[in-house]
Design a protein around this ligand. Structure first.
Ligand SMILES: [Zn+2]
Length: 505
């Protein structure tokens, strides 16, 4: 996730470190910067500021089944301490098969979702996350199941016994007008957002449930098939690669997409509308798919070229590209931010400068291939993607990561010093501290262990946890192993203390 920022870093200003690099903005950049500033000030409460690494380590990472009890009722949350209602316990989703039809004129979505899962306990009932929408039928392994609705929960009682370890398939038929999620501090609207000609679908952190029943937490990743039907003349864009050619019948066109690599639910999309499409291949041979709303047709060629070039470059820095294609989408919905939807980052209402493309494509490694197991570790996504912006600037000769670090460090009054980025707050998740102090943390590590250890560390990180889930403690342990140094003090100062760390030497 990144913001369409004005001005880009480094700004030609006398107060450079107040440049809102990485601050997420909604429709009004200035209004949202204020909102974030207010949120950051609130985050300064000393009683909540410090989380020692030992405390952080004591919190078990969320994992499928983590919320499970000895009962046969799957827990309504997956066990994320800061988002207790997100995800569900008792099972692990393997695959989503989503058959969806969307009509922009009525804003009505009709869907049939089949979720293939493996039980992590005996189950007489379990939940899926679903926000709004009307469920008409649920089956489990083809047999009728009873169901009820709670707040953002679909509670299912299968008509058969499910034992720990069983694989089962639940199919949910549903329809209605999707309602996006709303978050006044950081995000504005997110999830399924209707637009004049279709839908803009960006779901971080928990908006997948606005358009399909899911285990809506990044700790339960799965593969996806999408079959999306829209009125003829519109394009439906999802993750992964298109299977076959779109089929048109009776004024409607069906697009089939497949994401064969594990994906967190918030990275799934079904963005639809009138788009100009271009496909190509990067210099290293990776397929590229880019789409832009008509009003951005002038950006189509550059988006294709930059996406290929930057994806290829990152594969030399971060390790092999984890997916089967790369790409990007510019929609004309003025979200003012971008999201790293797997294989196809989406840019909400602006033509992205290369730094933002570099940020979103770095997320394909940090966030998409390696996904956090709990939201408080978000710096593992945003600190890395922000640091990637600095590395891109370094690579292209604009400025060095060291100069960016120094500019931020020079501002002793920056509110990020009061917000330890290693404990991202649920009520201010996308704080600039998570982005910029997170990136500074990586630079402090780089300075401490040297380039000849730092870049192998990054590649070892993406290799060891490819397609998996990660925690901050795992990164600290790997950094110590690769460097042979005790880095606990460094990480504690940069990630967990509510004050500006001592200067790096
Ligand atoms: Zn980001």
């Amino acid at each position: 996730m990144s913001t369409h920022r004005l001005p880009p870093f480094p700004a030609p200003t006398t107060t450079p470190t107040t440049t809102p690099t990485g601050v997420r903005a909604g429709r009004s950049v200035s209004a949202l910067i204020c909102a974030v500033a207010v949120g950051a000030a609130t985050a300064c409460a000393p009683s909540e500021g410090a989380v020692a690494p030992s405390q952080a380590a004591a919190v078990a990472p969320a994992s499928p089944g983590a919320g499970a009890s000895r009962s046969t009722t799957g827990a309504p949350g997956i066990g994320d301490p800061d988002f207790p209602g997100d995800g569900n316990g008792g099972y692990d989703v393997q695959h989503y098969d989503l058959r969806l039809s969307y009509d922009p004129s009525s804003r009505k979505l009709a869907g049939s979702a089949t979720i293939e899962a493996k039980a992590a306990q005996d189950l007489t009932s379990f939940d899926l996350d679903l926000h709004g929408l009307t469920v008409s039928r649920v089956t489990v392994d083809g047999g009728a199941a009873s169901f009820s609705r709670g707040k953002d929960e679909l509670v299912i009682e299968p008509g058969k016994r499910i034992s720990n370890g069983d694989r089962f398939a639940v199919t949910v038929d549903y329809s209605g007008v999707p309602e996006p999620m709303r978050d006044s501090v950081n995000l504005g609207e997110y999830g399924f957002i209707s637009t004049a000609d279709g839908a803009f679908v960006t779901c971080e952190p928990n908006g997948a449930k606005t358009w399909f029943p899911s285990n809506d937490h990044p700790s339960d990743k799965a593969t996806y098939d999408f079959q999306i039907t829209v009125p003829e003349g519109l394009t439906a864009i999802a993750n992964g690669e298109m299977a076959g050619t779109p089929q048109t019948r009776a004024g409607k066109t069906t697009f089939v997409w497949q994401e064969k690599h594990p994906m967190a639910s918030y990275l799934a999309t079904m963005t639809t509308g009138k788009f100009q499409i271009r496909t190509g291949t990067s210099d290293k041979g990776l397929p590229i798919y880019v789409a832009v709303a008509d009003s951005f047709r002038g950006s189509l060629g550059q988006l294709l070229t930059q996406t290929g070039k930057i994806t290829d470059y990152w594969s030399t820095v971060f390790g092999p590209y984890p997916f089967s294609s790369t790409g990007g989408v510019i929609d004309d919905y003025a979200a003012g931010y971008a999201l790293e939807n797997q294989t196809k980052p989406i840019y909400g209402g602006f033509s992205p400068e290369p730094a933002i493309i570099a940020h979103e494509l770095a997320h394909q490694w940090f966030g998409d291939s390696l996904s956090i197991a709990r939201w408080r570790d978000l710096w593992l996504n945003e600190g890395f993607a922000t640091y990637a912006e600095w590395l891109w600037a370094e690579h292209t000769g604009q400025y060095t990561a060291d100069s960016a670090f120094k500019r931020y460090y020079a501002n002793a009054a920056d509110s990020m010093w009061a917000y330890p980025p290693g404990a991202a707050r649920a009520d201010d998740l996308f704080s600039a501290a998570v982005y910029n102090r997170g990136a500074m943390t990586l630079h402090a590590v780089r300075r401490e262990i040297g380039d000849d250890k730092f870049f192998p560390l990054i590649r070892a990180w993406t290799d060891a946890h490819r397609y998996g889930n990660v925690t901050t403690q795992e990164f600290i342990a790997l950094a110590e192993r690769v460097s042979g140094k005790n880095l606990k003090g460094l990480f504690d100062a940069w990630l967990f203390q509510p004050k500006r760390p001592a200067p790096i030497t």
